[in-house]
Design a protein around this ligand. Structure first.
Ligand code: 2HG
Ligand code: ZN
Length: 469
């Protein structure tokens, strides 16, 4: 901690124990850099409270000192939302990782109450141990933490059936910017008592308060899973498949992921020896879930849907191992991009009907202006959400390419998505990375109202300064 704030260091140490106030460069390093290595921040200290009361006391102390606070969970976000700014180093990172208790699991009510620092995988495991399902799922689930999932309203792989983090939340406990604790931890599915305040903090990226615990919805655990990889040939055919599958089995369609030919090519380049199927044309990884002992009706309905569309090139997972292989292939696309030197990433969403046209336009426009650039297009097609990522041409230095062209590529992709009444950020949030886009695309009443809320809850601007709006 810099010499200018010794009193605050002492106060924080008295609250959480001196061992949990990190100031040494090496100890702080992992908390100051974001997952993608885009931001390298500075901070007075990293503080690790053990529970809600300590978090509230830390916030009270920081507020009294007029010091900015950056809440951090697993630090796996893509937009630098949990990384302190690179400026004066006068913020405190509040790591929620020690708030890692499952407080309650109510089987009858199908709810779980967990603290913010519980990893997503641990929430899933606790639900599974009770014979239930917590359906939020994503590649980073072993290390991302539920407080971060809620603060960014995370999406992932089963949004089509179960919704985003927001849809899975019944109650929250939040430390407000002045240190008061707002206890909204009600496990109620119906509660019409005015403004739904918890919604303010979900997706707010720690700019309005710090989520310390949540009560979440659990679901019956499906007993059948039918996972398939179908070569569809085009986004328009993917759309046909989604419609046909949903008409046949309704909400049983849990996931509907798309991989364009170029994403398949990136997988091939990065992992030539991988033991997964190697389709050469756009394909869909779809998963349907069902209940009961007999999976014949689900299988029959899905097979009929595939036949209707004349889709013959289909890999059907016959075992849990095959299912995992198909999912691994999908989940390794971001790793393939990293392996090839990284990409200019996009996380756009469109009304479903406009998705095929957007994909064609965006591809043509990017390749016309940056000939030789390599695309990696894939994602949660069933949600209208695709990751339209752009890699440097094979003979270019990836970092130099990104430095020189990322801003223009992103403007082009985001302009096309927004022009089609889509959104430039579907599931990864705003953080530091997309602040300019928020300002640009949400100008006027929408951003004014966001700023009004921010001023009302955090008039001194101490919560996660420089993030979101
Ligand atoms: C995914 O869908 C994640 O795999 C990461 O949202 C997307 O790395 C990306 O661009
Ligand atoms: Zn995604």
């Amino acid at each position: 901690m810099s010499g200018s704030r010794p009193a605050l260091a002492t106060t924080l140490g008295a609250i959480v124990g001196a061992d949990h106030v990190l100031t040494a460069t090496a100890a702080c390093a992992a908390y100051l850099v974001d997952e993608r290595g885009l931001y390298d921040g500075r901070a007075l200290a990293v503080v690790r409270p053990a529970d809600c009361a300590e978090t509230a006391a830390v916030v009270t102390a920081c507020a009294a000192a007029g010091v900015g606070m950056v809440a951090q969970g697993g630090n796996t976000g893509y937009c630098g939302g949990a990384t302190p700014g690179a400026g004066g180093g006068d913020e405190v990172v509040i790591s929620l990782e020690r708030l890692d208790r499952v407080r309650d699991l109510d089987r009858a009510g199908a709810t779980i109450t967990v603290e913010a620092g519980v990893t997503l995988a641990a929430v899933q495991a606790a639900a599974e141990a009770a014979g239930l399902l917590f359906p939020l799922a994503m590649g980073s689930q072993a290390s991302c933490r539920i407080g971060g999932n809620l603060s960014t309203n995370a999406g992932g792989l089963a949004v089509l059936r179960y919704g985003m983090a927001r849809d899975l939340t019944l109650g929250l406990e939040v430390v407000l910017p002045d240190g008061r604790v707002l206890d909204l931890l009600r496990a109620l599915r119906k509660d019409n008592t005015g403004y739904d305040l918890k919604q303010l903090f979900i997706g707010a990226e720690g700019t309005l308060g710090i989520i310390t615990a949540a009560t979440l919805k659990l679901y019956p655990r499906p007993t059948q899973q039918l996972t398939l990889l179908a070569t569809v040939g085009s986004p328009a055919r993917a759309l046909d498949l989604l419609g046909t599958l949903r008409a046949a089995v309704g909400d049983a369609v849990t996931s509907f992921e798309y991989l364009a030919t170029d994403a398949l090519a990136r997988l091939e380049e990065a992992f030539p020896d991988a033991l997964w199927p190697r389709p050469r044309a756009p394909c869909v990884l779809a998963e349907c879930s069902g209940f009961g002992d007999d999976d014949t009706p689900l299988l029959t309905a899905v097979s009929a849907a595939l036949d209707d569309l004349g889709l013959a090139d289909v890999d059907l997972a016959r075992s849990e191992q095959q299912r995992r292989t198909l999912w691994r292939m999908r989940e390794q696309v971001p790793a393939a991009e990293r392996h090839l030197g990284g990409s200019v990433k996009h996380d756009v969403t469109l009304p479903l009907a406009g998705l095929p046209e957007f994909l064609d336009h965006a591809r043509d426009a990017v390749l016309a202006r940056w000939p030789g650039s390599r695309l990696s297009v894939y994602g949660h097609f069933g949600d209208g959400n695709v990751h339209f990522n752009v890699l440097a041409p094979a003979d270019h230095d990836p970092a130099a390419f990104r430095r020189e062209h990322a801003a223009a590529i992103t403007a082009l992709v985001h302009d096309l998505a927004e022009a089609a009444r889509g959104s430039f950020s579907a599931e990864h949030g705003i953080g530091q990375l997309k602040r300019h886009d928020l300002e640009h695309y949400r100008r006027g009443t929408e951003i004014e109202l966001m700023r009004t809320l921010k001023r009302a809850l955090d008039p001194r601007g101490l919560m996660n300064p420089g993030k979101l709006c």
